[in-house]
Design a binder for this molecule. Structure first.
Ligand code: HAM
Length: 433
């Protein structure tokens, strides 16, 4: 090959094997979210940039460094870096708040952040997320966190850790930020360059810096956020933890967990997995009780989370769980058999039997090798002899059993093999076997 185009830096092709896992995860997550009363919302991939500036905070890294911006005339449009802001915009714009009910949404789709690419960190990735808007009850926090856990378990992922903390209300956050500036101010020259830059913009980020010397300084200071929380926020957090214990959700309290987006208040959580490297969060979320008001609505409490789907794909235990239909591989040898095989192939598929063939292979040996490579459960062989006798040779690849079946009985025989669990397609072709 002389020259081939490459995918844009930080983007990734999701090839068929992985795409299968991805869709499996998506289907499971949809099923479970709907059991919990969440309904799908699909918002645009592009939004006005100011929506994100207002929601995520102008001093956050996402806004400062990672936005993909498109300018067209007077419009400044951003590729969404996350979906919470868009969901709340849609909630307000479409008056979904009008009946004052708890509104529950889930979504799946691509997000864009111009980050430095590394393992698990892409410039285009997918979120699978949920948002519950309209209640400040700590029991809703319990529902949301348990939903995240149930989704992970049902897609077969184990070995994750749920880390949880509370940031307090807006007033608590302000007071804590001031305290932190006083505590950390004198030591700021001992912190890494990133932390020094963050000190003025978002002092909380110093608490969860990954740099080991910054970590050590923070640990040594023994700062307890709970010392700076108001009574109501403390009670809220205690009720969340008690609720999680009550239903057996394992969590770890993490006093230094902060989030990179400004809209969070009270409960925040992150789910990490040991199989991932530096980017070890498979998902994260929390309360954002002030965002609806910040975007022009009435004061309305809300909470949600999002999984990073590509990171779920990196966790190997997820991959063992994809159920797949058994494959019937059809081998036609000779011109007449090839022509007749078209009808048989169509009939198999119309009856919901997963079937494939190899149009170019001329030798039985080569075709059998291909059937093996594809993991076919059964092989049907149709040669000129079989064509004359109006039969096909049926071979069970696991047992090696081989026998002739009358052509008009092939479908019924295969359907009878319960293992195929075939479900006919609703649309049928004329003239099938
Ligand atoms: P976030 O922590 O920024 O939260 O993103 C959620 C998850 O998306 C992360 O835990 C991670 O798994 C994945 N993720 C983030 N950035 C990347 C990237 N560059 N490449 C691959 N995966 C990535 C939010 O976005 C919030 N909107 C979540 C939320 C919903 N909070 C309340 N409701």
């Amino acid at each position: 090959m002389s020259f081939v185009f490459r995918a844009v830096r930080g983007t990734k092709d999701i090839l068929p094997d992985e795409a299968e896992y991805l869709r499996h995860i998506e289907v499971k997550a949809r099923e479970i979210s709907s059991l919990y009363g969440y309904r799908e919302v699909i918002t645009p991939v592009i939004e006005n940039r100011d929506l994100f500036v207002r929601s995520l905070g102008k001093d956050t890294e996402v806004i400062g460094k990672q936005m993909f911006i498109i300018e067209r005339g007077d419009d400044i449009i951003a590729l969404r870096p996350e979906a919470t802001a868009g969901v709340i915009r849609a909630y307000l714009e479409n008056n979904l708040n009008s009946r004052n009910l708890l509104a529950k949404f889930y979504y799946f789709g691509p997000m864009f952040r111009a980050e430095r690419p590394q393992k698990g960190r892409l410039r285009q990735f997918h979120h699978l997320g949920v948002e519950a808007v309209g209640s400040s009850s700590p029991l809703l926090d319990v529902e949301i966190i348990s939903l995240a856990e149930v989704i992970l378990k049902n897609i077969g992922i184990s070995g994750f850790k749920i880390k949880i903390n509370t940031l307090g209300c807006v007033e608590d956050k302000k007071a804590f930020a001031e305290k932190l500036r006083v505590i950390l101010g004198g030591k700021i020259s001992d912190f890494c360059q990133d932390c020094r830059e963050r000190f003025d913009r978002n002092v909380f980020r110093l608490l969860d810096c990954k740099n080991s010397s910054c970590k050590n300084i923070i640990l040594g200071l023994n700062i307890k956020r709970t010392d700076y929380l108001c009574g109501e926020c403390l009670e809220h957090f205690d009720t969340v933890l008690a609720g999680l214990k009550n239903i057996g959700v394992n969590y770890e309290e993490s006093a230094h967990l902060v989030r990179g987006l400004d809209y969070y208040t009270r409960t925040v959580f992150e789910i990490t997995h040991s199989e991932l490297g530096a980017q070890d969060a498979v998902g994260a979320g929390g309360r954002y009780d002030n965002l609806v008001e910040e975007l022009g609505g009435e004061p309305t409490a809300a909470i949600g989370f999002a999984f990073g789907v590509e990171r779920l794909l990196l966790v190997s235990s997820a991959k063992c769980q994809v159920p797949s239909k058994d494959l019937v591989f059809l081998i036609a040898l000779g011109k007449g058999a090839e022509a007749a095989s078209v009808k048989l192939l169509y009939s198999l598929r119309q009856n919901g039997i997963k079937a494939d063939t190899l149009y170019e292979e001329k030798s039985l040996k080569g075709a059998m090798r291909r059937a093996n490579d594809l993991g076919a459960k059964y092989v049907l062989i149709l040669g000129e002899n079989e064509l004359k006798k109006n039969v096909v040779v049926f071979k069970d690849m696991a047992s090696g059993e081989q026998r002739e079946i009358k052509t008009e009985e092939v479908i019924a025989e295969l359907m009878a093999l319960a293992i195929l669990k075939a479900k006919p397609l609703p649309y049928r072709l004329k003239g099938q076997i």
